[in-house]
Design a protein around this ligand. Structure first.
Ligand code: HAM
Length: 425
């Protein structure tokens, strides 16, 4: 009989295997801890949304939506999308549930999978995980600073300082952006034929994105291009200056980058990105910025907002060298039993577990030697032996750390008391 082809996960979608989980859990615990310290409350939105949310909220001309979004009709023919990001869904949820009515300042955070149909490479997947925070209701630079400082604290508690750098820019108001776009296009048109093919296309669709092109020919042209700072009014300028000053006061080092534009259309004023020198080409650990018009665009009550999203896979890649310090889940007690004592085995393990003691059994009733070897392999501290040479109605506890053995009655209370005592040593 010919065997069936072995099935694989989809391209760009990874299994996170048990050995990797401790590191993920450490990242997740750090995230939750910092979010709480800053007063952010978790929100969970569906993975699938109407495609229109992202067309309207993030912009059809962006790569994440126009080129990379997973969009398909559901059984009723409605166009639905696997979420490529979470800011638009959070804005939708805030509007839908009128969350801002009860509390005009909302601090929300989230964590979960996102999907982008990109060409997979190191640090770039089609299903990846983002954690982020959104602060809604405050247009002052103080909210930008709180958000950036929260992301900085999370990243620097997981990675060393020099591995993380913060790049920051301002895009001004929508009117200033439009004004700037016109000037930029005017300038770039003169060099159209010398630009890379991608930049030539972007000139017609999303000219600001040309600024972050990595192509060397493009870079030369961009160096001499007009800058957003040329068109900023006093208000936008002082907003940005205040953000920079406050971050400096908090000892959060910034690199001002006039070419940082970010890939999503909803940004106004502050935009920022966290990068790591431990990653290859995909060096952005996370990014974010202010989006004062997004709420209105997705149909909610207008509300200013600022937030960030962090790429969990990239954080984990950048943490690589710290892997050794992660401890794996280890059962503490191995319960080795002979088949005729299976009832006792189930009873005693259940009562130990109820007392909060991690224990594990063989389930196959192999030989005592095989079970002891397994207990050793799993680095269990103690092995509880039921059957074999133990007299009827008694069990043996073997301390795997020093080989000492102890005989006691097969009574759950006596067993757990002794185990506690031994573990406390
Ligand atoms: P973003 O820059 O598109 O921003 O994504 C944030 C982060 O998600 C990136 O910096 C990167 O670490 C990670 N990421 C993005 N695409 C992939 C991928 N294909 N594979 C692995 N990691 C990836 C946003 O999504 C905004 N919603 C952030 C935000 C929140 N702005 C305001 N509030």
């Amino acid at each position: 009989m010919q065997s069936e082809r072995r099935l694989q996960a989809l391209r760009g979608m990874r299994d996170i295997l048990p050995d990797e989980i401790p590191r993920w859990q450490r990242v997740e615990a750090t995230l939750a801890e910092w979010m709480q310290r800053y007063g952010y409350r978790e929100i969970r939105t569906p993975i699938v949304e109407s495609a229109e949310l992202f067309y309207r909220g993030v912009g059809q001309e962006t790569d994440a939506i126009g080129k990379e979004m997973y969009v398909f009709p559901d059984r009723s023919g409605e166009l639905i999308a696997l979420r490529p990001e979470l800011t638009a869904p959070v804005a939708r949820a805030v509007g839908q549930h009128e969350l801002a009515l009860a509390s005009p300042l909302l601090r929300l955070w989230y964590y979960g999978p996102c999907f982008r149909y990109e060409r997979p490479q190191k640090g770039r997947q089609r299903q990846f995980h983002q954690a982020g925070a959104e602060c809604l209701g405050v247009a002052l630079p103080d909210a930008d600073v709180e958000i950036i400082s929260l992301a900085w604290d999370i990243l620097t508690s997981l990675l060393d300082h020099p591995a993380v750098s913060l790049h920051i820019n301002t895009l001004g108001t929508v009117a200033e952006q439009n004004n700037y776009r016109t000037r930029l296009v005017e300038y770039l048109e003169r060099y159209r034929d010398s630009l890379s093919t991608t930049s030539q296309q972007r000139l017609d669709t999303n000219p600001l994105r040309i600024l972050d092109s990595k192509d060397t020919r493009d870079r030369e042209i961009i160096e001499a291009a007009p800058r957003i700072s040329d068109v900023l009014g006093t208000e936008s300028r002082s907003h940005f200056d205040a953000v920079l000053e406050l971050l400096d006061m908090l000892d959060i080092p910034t690199i001002t980058d006039p070419y940082l534009v970010r890939g999503l259309d909803y940004y106004t004023h502050t935009v920022f990105e966290f990068r790591s020198n431990r990653l290859g080409a995909q060096d952005a650990l996370g990014g974010g910025g202010r989006y004062d018009n997004l709420m209105a665009q997705v149909g909610g009550r207008p509300l200013p907002g600022v937030g960030f999203g962090l790429g969990i896979e990239r954080i984990i890649l950048a943490m690589e060298d710290r892997a050794a310090s992660d401890s794996h889940w280890e059962p503490i007690v191995y319960v080795a039993a002979q088949q005729e004592f299976s009832a006792a085995m189930h009873q005693v393990t259940r009562s130990l577990r109820k007392e909060g003691i991690r224990c594990i059994t063989d389930l196959q009733f192999r030989s005592l030697k095989a079970q002891l070897r397994q207990a050793d392999r799993l680095r269990c501290a103690l092995c509880l032996i039921i059957g074999w040479s133990a007299p009827v109605d008694s069990v043996i506890i073997k301390d795997m750390r020093n080989g000492e053995q102890l005989q006691l009655p097969n009574d759950p209370n006596a067993i757990s008391a002794t185990i506690r005592q031994l573990l406390a040593q």
